[in-house]
Design a protein around this ligand. Structure first.
Ligand code: GLN
Length: 537
């Protein structure tokens, strides 16, 4: 296609309607029709990136290959499109203002008063258009975070209005709303949608397509009503009905013709039918499991599903690949500390200890690992989970009493996990960890090497601490195998226990790389090991 088309997705009525899933599903459909697509999230908050946010605020922080700490919706984009995202795919108000203020300090504005319009709105457009240029995309889908009516999202809506005015039919705007079902009245209600579109119109933006999140099918009369009150055609009212799995949404929206509406609005003609074969195969496997396993996910953010989003999705992909229903039990490591480890973990077919920061619940994690190690239960430790497996081994097998990570106890006699050299001199917390893709060499005749089927891998990282090589020989002597190494910096990236059926700790985050069409090999093999373990019982 000669010129990039821009699709904007705004949300109204309520948050958590699944804008990210709708944007990712549309991207998936356009890609299945052979178009090149990039998706981007604009977040109206003032943090420069979500790296410094507590997961309770916005869920997990997702890390891209190029080391950007981003919104979890980028994880959906990668999982649905099977293409990596980058620093250009997530923009925040903090980033926008930072760039404008830096330009002002350099004197780039030549004495002009710097204002929201045009300087902030120009900068927002700049980020959108820059993404288009990075890959010469046919479509750039831009999801605007927040809900219409929020004060902080005003400049973003204004930037969209300006782009639509400037680019005409090269732009299309989709508004996602809620059509609630009122049980007492026995009816679906369209008024919130009408009001939400009114709010958008007050800001100068007329949506071209309305996607209605609903529990029940929308009748023809409801669709006509929404079309009439919101100034869109009947076909441009699209329902997004609640689905059992988020991965059904692309097929539901295909049936509703969302992608065709976008193609029509942007005057694309002669497009091929979408090839959804592999996607349908995945859904079939997901819905027709032969096996079922119970896996413990031990961490400290168990009250919030989104805190471990990518891990849960990686289990979903690996489950489908193994024809296995994976029941993930989120277990609080603080609860383990207060009770008996066995009570929480008995009957689990596998145990995963999650990534994290700080000391809260750390002893619970260590105790869960001891339980997995001593009872031959498949274990996967990710980042802090890997570090805890090293601490547990040091204390229990090497008898280094009080061994710890200096993140938790800076005065420990046995700092088996210690801060990385280059981290020592850093003062700022934002964006300064060892982030993104790094090489890892997998040692021959090890479990990870067998699982990956190759010697050289790249995985994404997000940490400041590492295994302390001063203890390397002691660990090796007692049977811990260091099967993955960053050769350049001599960092131990993977540990395993050959005496155990399946015990792996990884300093990196495999979960960020798992997608529907490429489930992550570590998760696939971990679920396979859980199935084997379940069969023994
Ligand atoms: N807190 C640990 C570190 O910084 C682990 C980080 C993580 O689990 N992502 O090294």
């Amino acid at each position: 296609m000669s010129q990039t088309r821009y699709v904007f997705v705004t949300g109204g009525v309520a948050s958590s309607l699944g804008k990210g899933i709708v944007a990712a599903s549309l991207g998936n459909l356009l890609k299945a029709r052979g178009f090149s697509v990039a998706i981007q999230k604009l977040d109206p908050y003032i943090n420069v990136d979500p790296g410094t946010l507590n997961p309770y605020e916005h869920g997990e922080c997702y890390v891209t290959e190029d080391g950007a700490e981003t919104d979890l919706d980028l994880g959906h984009y990668e999982r649905f499109l099977n293409v990596p995202t980058s620093i250009h795919n997530n923009v925040t108000t903090g980033k926008v203002y930072k760039a404008v203020i830096e330009k002002e300090r350099r004197g780039d504005f030549l004495g002009k008063t710097v204002q929201v319009i045009p300087h902030i709105t120009d900068e927002i457009q700049n980020w959108i258009k820059t993404l288009a240029r990075t890959g010469n995309y046919d479509f750039v889908i831009t999801e605007i975070g927040g809900t219409v009516g929020d004060i902080e999202s005003l400049p973003y809506i204004e930037a969209v209005r300006q782009m639509k005015w400037e680019l005409g039919s090269k732009c299309v705007s989709i508004h996602l709303t809620l059509v609630p079902y009122l049980k007492a009245a026995g009816e679906l209600k369209t008024k919130p949608t009408q009001h939400s579109v009114k709010a958008l119109l007050e800001q100068g933006l007329q949506p071209d397509i309305i996607v209605c999140r609903t529990e029940l099918d929308l009748s023809e009369s409801i669709r006509r009503k929404i079309a009439l009150f919101c100034n869109v055609s009947y076909e441009a009212v699209v329902q997004s009905i609640d689905a059992e799995s988020i991965y059904e949404v692309p097929l539901n929206l295909l049936k509703e013709g969302l992608d065709v509406q976008v193609l029509k609005s942007t005057q694309c003609t002669n497009y091929p039918e979408p090839d959804m074969k592999q996607w349908e195969d995945f859904l079939y496997r997901l819905k027709h499991p032969k096996y079922e396993v119970d896996v413990a996910l031990v961490g400290k953010y168990t009250a919030l599903k989104d805190a471990y989003k990518s891990i849960l999705e990686a289990f979903c992909h690996a489950g489908a690949s193994n024809l296995c229903k994976v029941n993930v039990h989120r277990i609080s490591s603080e609860d383990i500390e207060r009770g008996s480890t066995e009570d929480f973990l008995k009957g689990m077919n596998a145990i995963l200890v999650a990534p994290g920061f700080g000391d809260r619940g750390i002893e619970g994690k260590i105790s869960a690992i001891k339980y997995a190690r001593e009872n031959n239960i498949p274990f996967l430790g990710i980042c802090l989970g890997m570090q805890c497996s090293v601490i547990e081994f040091a204390r229990d097998v090497l008898h280094l009493e009080g061994a710890h990570s200096t993140e938790i106890n800076p005065d420990t006699k046995y700092p088996v996990i210690d801060i990385m050299e280059e981290q020592k001199k850093l003062a700022n917390l934002g964006g300064t960890m060892r982030l993104g893709n790094y090489d890892c060499f997998l040692v021959e005749n090890t479990l990870v090497r067998k699982i990956y089927g190759k010697a050289e891998i790249k995985e994404r990282h997000r940490h400041r601490y590492e295994f302390n090589n001063e203890f390397l020989d002691m660990f090796k002597e007692k049977g811990m195998c260091f099967s993955g190494v960053n050769l350049r910096d001599k960092l131990m990236e993977v540990v395993e226990l050959p005496s155990h059926p399946w015990f792996i700790g990884v300093q990196f985050h495999p979960e960020y790389r798992s997608t529907v069409l490429s489930p992550h090999p570590l998760f696939v093999d971990f679920v396979r090991a859980a199935i084997d373990n379940a069969k023994k019982k």
